[in-house]
Structure formats: C-alpha cells, structure tokens
Design a protein around this ligand. Structure first.
Ligand SMILES: *Cc1c(COP(=O)(O)O)cnc(C)c1O
Length: 357
C-alpha cells in the first residue's frame, strides 16, 4: 500500500470532478507516467490483467480457429485468453533454465493455421525474445507476451514491453506493482492503441455507434490513482524485495535436490516471486509445503497444475502432459516461497531452516 495520506491526496480531486471512470484525469496522468517508466509510448489501461490480454488479442483480429503457440506452465488466464478468442492453443514445452517457452521447439509446432505466439515471461524471467522475433518475421506471426509478472523488467536496458507486438502487465494486488485490480497492454505500433480503444468500452466508437461486439474492460479513477502512487515507490519496492530474494539465495544455494533459478544475462529482475524446485530433495515438494504450513508459512505451488491438466483443458486441444515434460516436472516440483517487500530477513532464515532441517 502507498501511504494513506498520499493516496487520499491523490483522490481528493475526484470529489471535485466527480469523474470516476471512462478515461478521467487520473487515467491520463497514469498513462503518461507509465509510458516513461515502462519506456513504451503506446499503451492502454484495463480493468485487470486478464481482460488486458483477452481484449488485446481480439484487437489483432485473428481468424477464428487460428492456432496459437503457447505453454501450459502459466496462469490459466493465458490459455483462457486464447480460447475465449476462438483460437486454438498449441502447447509447447518450456526450457528448464528459466521456465519460459523453449524457443528452439516453437518451429516444430508452426503450421499454415498458426497466427501467433503467446508466451509468458515467467516469474519476470524474459522469454528468448530474439529467437521468437526471428520466427515471427519468418512465418509472419504476431507475438504477444503475457508479461503479468514482468513489470519494470528490462532487457539490455530496454523495457520488456517493447518486445513482441504486444505485452500485458497485470496490476493485481498480489503483483509487484498494483492498482488494486488493473492491467496494462503495451503495443509495438500506435495503431493498435487506436484499435483496442473501442474494445475496452463495449465496442463504442461514439455515443451512437457500436461496430464491435466487446466487453467492459475499463480501469476506474481510484485504480489509476493507486497506480500513480505506487509507481512513485516501485523502485524502492523492488530494491527491498531484492534483499529478501538475496537472503533466500544465500541460504538455499548448493543444497542437493534444491534448484534455484539464476539471473539471465542482460535482464534485470523485479523479484516478483522466489520459486524453488524440489527435484531429488530428501522431501517432496508437497511435504515441504506441508511442513511450512505447520509453522504458518504459506508457500504456493505456482504454477501447478499445468493449464493442460485443468479440468477445462484436460483431453481438449490435444493437450497432453507427455508433450511438455519439462513443464510437467517443473509444476510437480515448484514451490514459490513467501516474498514481499516488508518481509524480515529473520523470517527468511526461519523458512530456510524449516526447509533444510
Ligand atoms: C496474474 C496473472 C494474470 C492475470 O492477471 P489479473 O490482473 O489477475 O487478471 C495473467 N497471467 C499471469 C501469468 C498472471 O500471473
């Protein structure tokens, strides 16, 4: 949370304007601030991350039944956004090093029906954007990133929202940066901001004209104001999270059966999550989760199950975990340990002691 007084000051003007939604002053100020922070001139705001992705996909106008290459090691939101757009998810495996899509396998899945690659920057680790970009150019595919975890991450100094044709950031309360509920989609070209605008508002292009069938995906002024406040403190937030993450790394490195992820060359981290993989450890992941819970430490299996294992996708779209063995192994061994900016290092030590002992 930002300071109470700071937020109150930010929303004071709303009692004068009585303009609460539909692109008010806070909305515009927040957009401008984000353009600077994310280093992306073309972006749109949404009610949440999921609709930011779903509506952005719609704005590309893919033909129904088109195939989208994606991975099952993600939030079900990613897969839902494909399917709810009438597209077919085609599941590619991830690579073990950073849990993002295995770019080397993508080409194998490209057919004449493929329209896009929709991949997730898992835990804020960047996908292999260069290889994906080359494939997209070669086969004329669109690339859309689920960057829900990657707010503030840069690749060789360039904001991660600049890669692909579009990238979605979630501003849900549990993410590194939040607007209570909210989402942002960045676009490569300004024309997409123009195209997506009516889709955020039921398809209205003016008060009497609705050429598109769409939803309500608007961010309100209280959310935008929360974003403006939180953006002032985001660097400090990330720096505090780094201290916690570094302590985990110090205490959990070099232990047999515990796998940690290493930073990527040229990619900054936002320390959104601290995933640990119990692979060949003396206790199973589920046992570790249980033992932590006994001490009131709530670690999450994130991402588990794979989206291909969810009731709504199992046995559909040819989804088979056998095709994505790395994703399966990761989902079965992962535990995301508690991580938040105000977390004390003593708590990190306590958690690591439970895991080790
Ligand atoms: C949180 C999340 C979403 C959905 O974002 P909401 O803002 O909760 O709608 C989508 N994809 C990933 C990877 C997420 O972590």
């Amino acid at each position: 949370m930002p300071g109470f007084e700071e937020y109150m000051e930010e929303i004071r003007g709303l009692w004068e304007s009585c303009w609460l939604s539909n692109g008010g002053a806070k909305h515009l100020d927040f957009e401008t601030a984000l353009q600077t922070y994310l280093q992306t001139p073309h972006l749109s705001l949404f009610a949440n991350g999921h609709v930011a992705l779903e509506v952005a996909i719609d704005a590309f106008g893919f033909s129904k039944g088109g195939e989208v290459i994606t991975t099952p090691y993600t939030h079900c939101s990613t897969t839902h956004s494909i399917v709810r757009n009438g597209l077919i998810p085609v599941f590619c495996d991830i690579n073990d090093a950073d849990k993002t899509i295995d770019a080397g396998q993508i080409e194998h899945y490209i057919t004449d029906k493929t329209v896009a690659i929709i991949a997730t920057h898992v835990y804020g680790f960047a996908c292999d954007v260069e290889t994906i970009d080359k494939l997209a150019q070669k086969y004329r595919l669109k690339v859309i990133y689920d960057a829900a975890h990657a707010f503030g991450v840069t690749i060789n100094g360039v904001g991660i929202g600049n890669f692909g044709d579009a990238a979605m950031f979630s501003c849900h309360a549990t993410k590194v940066f939040h607007t209570i509920e909210g989402g942002i989609t960045t676009f490569k070209i300004p024309d997409m901001v123009r195209k997506v605008a009516p889709l955020i508002n039921f398809g209205f292009v003016n008060a009497e004209t609705v050429p598109f069938i769409s939803t309500n995906a608007r961010m309100n002024e209280f959310e935008a104001a929360m974003g403006i406040c939180n953006l002032r403190h985001i660097d400090e937030e990330i720096a505090k999270r780094k201290l916690v993450a570094d302590k985990y790394t110090e205490l959990l490195s070099g232990i047999e059966g515990i796998k940690l992820l290493s930073p990527q060359k040229g990619v900054t981290q936002n320390y959104s999550y601290y995933p640990v993989f119990f692979d060949g450890y003396k206790h199973s992941r589920d046992e570790v989760q249980y033992l932590l819970k006994e001490s009131e430490v709530y670690a999450r299996k994130y991402f588990y199950p794979l989206t291909t294992e969810l009731d709504c996708y199992a046995a559909r779209y040819g989804a088979s975990v056998a095709n994505t063995p790395v994703a399966k192994q990761s989902a079965d061994t992962v535990l995301a340990l508690p991580l938040f900016s105000e977390m004390g290092l003593k708590d990190v030590e306590m958690i690591c002691r439970i895991i080790i002992e």
